[in-house]
Write a protein that binds this ligand. Structure first.
Ligand code: BES
Ligand code: MN
Ligand code: ZN
Length: 522
């Protein structure tokens, strides 16, 4: 999907579908606003007709395709007119505009259109840059479909035709901001779609080796530094968590690192580490999961997928912050080589962990990645994203990400970023008691066995042992990583949650000076 900004008279654009956002029409007369009235004239009255007979009134959620009547000079060049109802035109939020972009593309694609145009909407309180970014995000996200494994009755399906959406301004003195917005929105949504692609891929097509190879492929394409640790290096570095979880599978584990280090950063500029859980399939291991719904555990690398997508956007938008993305990848399988309940693992940090449930594997791979990130990069802050607990699903469903951490300011900043991109992240507690519950008796820690209560917080409690005193936020995306609901710009399946949020967070991040750390050593 390509999104362009053009300056032209809407009636002159030759496209398969010309879309126009229509606010709720009021009164019995249902008088058309001026811009729509002129389109109506060019369409030979096709709009006023459906308005008059009550088929369309501009209500939010309502949309209708009408066919222009008449021909000749001054008539509409588009084959179809798509009327998209937006409700109160004076109160459009950024997410309403995103939804508009999505509805235009879905509506037009439903008519097999590839050449699509939208009369640039004017949204009170938002500049053209913001409007075009939101439109592009909505359009590119809505155009996503995971169809890699669909055939034409056994024969290879031809690739879906690429569509173009032109946002048409009748007049625009300075097109640069609108164009910049469309470009930004496209980069963000394409990066989110990359995360969705990785996450939707089944376990047989997305092993740890494959996942990290995909990360490297992306990194090379955009110019990020990369490093992938295979088993010998993981052994050398004593990554007992990643190795333990991965040892039951013939698909070996990996730790991948993607680094964005823009030129010319000041010596004391901040560093952010983002860590993703990359369990390419979670069978539960020896503590095998029940069969129903197990296939969904192919999504258990959604956190890692988000890190890959976010790193792409961060690099392409050249965000002026040093960011390191880590992907802890393993497959959790039962076998004669699998780790067992009762095993004690020695982690990268040196801590020992008794395995009480091999299905609590995410925290083990994250623990090594977090400890490694903290030691190696001495980051200003760390964020991890993980489909970590069933408890998160129970508490929040796919409505909100579970938000926990050790630093109230960082938690607030993450929460605010989510609100700005319309991804809800809901705070949950992380008490000292949650940390204590994860202490072991024959080992420093245990990976499970704290009971069913507060499962999201005890998981975070376990992780907190591996982050030192670095401000850290844990995002449990067990519920938000995929969805069965489809919205105006979001279909069912993997969501790529967190990609846009992380970029937005970085753009607003005001870290506390991390000088004290260095000063302490003097
Ligand atoms: N990947 C699962 C969590 C999960 C469950 C994500 C459902 C999405 C949907 C995780 O590895 C897991 O199995 N967690 C266990 C932990 C327990 C054994 C302490 C859980 O939540 O049941
Ligand atoms: Mn599990
Ligand atoms: Zn898991």
């Amino acid at each position: 999907m390509q999104v362009k900004v053009t300056v032209d008279s809407p009636r002159d654009v030759k496209v398969d579908v010309l879309a126009v956002a229509v606010g709720e029409l009021e009164g019995k007369q249902k008088k058309l606003p001026a811009a729509l009235a002129s389109l109506d004239t060019a369409a030979g009255g096709a709009v006023s007709q459906v308005v008059k007979n009550g088929d369309f009134g501009g209500k939010k959620g309502q949309s209708l395709v009408v066919y222009p009547q008449g021909s000749g000079r001054g008539s509409l060049k588009a084959d179809r007119l798509l009327l998209v109802g937006i409700g109160n035109a004076d109160e459009q939020s950024v997410d309403d505009i995103r939804a508009l972009g999505g509805r235009v593309v879905k509506g037009a694609r439903g008519k097999k259109a590839t050449k699509i145009a939208l009369v640039a909407p004017s949204a009170k309180g938002h500049g053209n840059e913001v409007i075009c970014q939101a439109l592009a995000e909505g359009a590119v996200l809505a155009d996503y479909k995971y169809d890699r494994f669909l055939t034409d009755d056994g024969k290879k399906k031809p690739a879906r035709k690429r569509a173009t959406l032109s946002v048409v301004y009748a007049r625009l003195a300075k097109p640069a901001p609108a164009r910049a917005g469309a470009k930004r929105g496209t980069i963000l949504a394409e990066s989110q779609n990359l995360a969705r692609d990785l996450s939707n891929a089944p376990g047989n097509a997305m092993t740890p080796v494959r996942l990290t190879a995909e990360a490297v492929k992306m990194a090379r394409a955009v110019g990020l530094r990369t490093r992938v640790m295979a088993v010998p290096e993981l052994q050398k570095r004593k990554m007992g968590g990643i190795l333990g979880v991965g040892q039951g599978s013939t698909n070996p584990p990996r730790l991948a690192i993607l680094e964005h280090k823009p030129r010319g950063l000041k010596a004391n500029s901040p560093t952010l580490c983002i860590v993703g859980k990359g369990i390419t399939f979670d069978s539960g291991g020896i503590s095998l999961k029940p069969g129903a719904g197990m296939h969904e555990m192919k999504h258990d690398m959604s956190g890692a997928a988000t890190v890959v997508g976010a790193m792409r956007a961060i690099r392409m938008l050249n965000i002026p912050v040093h960011v390191v993305g880590l992907i802890a990848a393993a497959e959790n399988m039962p076998s004669d080589t699998a780790y067992r309940p009762g095993d004690i693992l020695t982690m990268h940090s040196g801590h020992t962990v008794e395995i009480q449930n091999t299905d609590a594997e995410g925290r083990l791979v994250l623990a090594d990645a977090l400890a490694y990130a903290n030691k190696t990069y001495k980051p200003t802050a760390m964020i991890d994203l993980a489909t970590l607990t069933g408890a998160c699903m129970v508490a929040l469903g796919d409505w909100a990400t579970g938000l926990m951490g050790t630093d109230d300011k960082l938690i607030e900043e993450i929460k605010a970023a989510g609100e700005r991109v319309n991804e809800i992240q809901w705070p949950l507690p992380l008490f000292d008691d949650h940390k204590k519950l994860m202490k072991g008796s024959v080992s420093d820690l245990k990976n499970a066995g704290a009971g069913r209560s507060a499962g999201m917080s005890t998981a975070a409690g376990f992780l907190s042992a591996f982050v030192g005193d670095t401000p850290w936020v844990h995002l449990d995306i067990a519920g938000t990583g995929w969805t069965s609901r489809s919205g105006p710009y979001q279909g069912s399946g993997a969501t790529g949650v967190g990609v846009r949020m992380l970029v937005d967070f970085l753009e607003h991040w005001k870290p506390r000076s991390r000088k004290p750390r260095k000063a302490a050593r003097k």
